[in-house]
Design a protein around this ligand. Sequence first.
Ligand code: ARG
Length: 466
Amino acid sequence: NTGKLWGGRFVGGPSPELEALSRSTHFDWRLGLYDLAGSHAHAKALAAAGLLTAEEEAELHRGLDALAERFVAGTLLPDPSDEDVHGALERLLIEEVGPDVGGKLRAGRSRNDQIATLFRCYLLDHSLAVGGLLLDLVDALAGQAETHLGPGIGAVMPGRTHLQHAQPVLLSHHLLAHAWALLRDVDRLADWRRRVESDSPYGSGALAGQSLGLDPELVARELGFTGSTANSIDGTASRDFVAEFAYVAAQAGVDISRIAEEVILWATKEFGFVRLHDSWSTGSSIMPQKKNPDISELARGKAGRLVGNLTGLLTTLKALPLAYNRDLQEDKEPVFDSIDTLEVLLPAFTGQVATLAFDTARMAELAPQGFSLATDIAEWLVREGVPFRIAHELAGACVRECEQRGIELHELTDEEFAAISPHLTPAVRSVLTVEGSVSSRNGRGGTAPERVAEQLSELRARVADA
Ligand code: ARG
């Protein structure tokens, strides 16, 4: 009993070099419990088809349970001679229940339909774990948004386009923009699950299906799927479910990296928008004064790794002929890595976000600078009946005047405004404050405090539903 699942037609064993290349137990062992669950379900299907007696079936379930117990305890280990998790577990099962019963379990299934099923089960579980961690980050952003909403208009900041001051916005509005992007990633995972849950490939065999009268729907139900694969070739050869998962992981990584980049900038002396919590930042081995945003930098770096995993996978899949090819064994490590990466990154990143201390006075001081209220002048003129094309010119003339003299828009006198245009009456001052500017953007989705409060409730309702 060597754990080798083939050999009948071979004279002599495989070379050690081939074995070393072929072996996958160092990464597919993590699918062990899913493989055992698949075997339980398959034993039921064999018994239902009359291919196992009740005693044999019971003995198989007992043996599989015994292996699961040792697997969980960490005492069940693959042997170097095992090619993959499937071969290793068959060898160990035969050690447990003997070759007569143990040797019956492989009938009507192939490692090709096994792996396609187990991998789905593993990803389904981890999609829930990763989704939960993403929701924790959404909660942390929502918590910070709520803290900085009011009293009054709440915390403001310079909103930017092209990284240049553009228009003042509420800090809460800005933080929630990140939360919505992450919520879409959670939604993508749910959408992915709907497709994968209904598609159990067990019963596809190597590629052509099975001839033993087994019921794939029975196996599907046992494993928590809502249905089985309609085409056995598709069931064993497709890996778009892996690539799609890797895409969502990469997209989440990219979304996180955009927050990370801002935290890194905000924590600089030049910005001075945030202070990092001591427990969520790091020091330098030589420069005693340093406090570094390592969590954000690692997040930014790991986004590259997540994109790389997706790219590698798609490259492996490109132009692969149907049906199963051993190339497909290369599908696991990248997506395992994506999951491990997000599962270690997200708790740290969420902790960092939840403990950011914003210097709201500094942000408020900078919010109106860089002529960020120029659009407010133009839109005020529009409300006074001036065509926008002219209003834009006049507001631009105000900026030009201020820039030459090194002052901000609100520092222009009434006379100076009037000299630029008689339309610019002293009433224009009502919009020359950050409060006035922010409060005036009160259409749905805008940065006015009441709209942001509404938005926060909408987001929270979506989180509760997710
Ligand atoms: N370990 C393989 C994989 O991960 C499954 C085994 C299929 N091997 C085979 N020779 N058909 O894809």
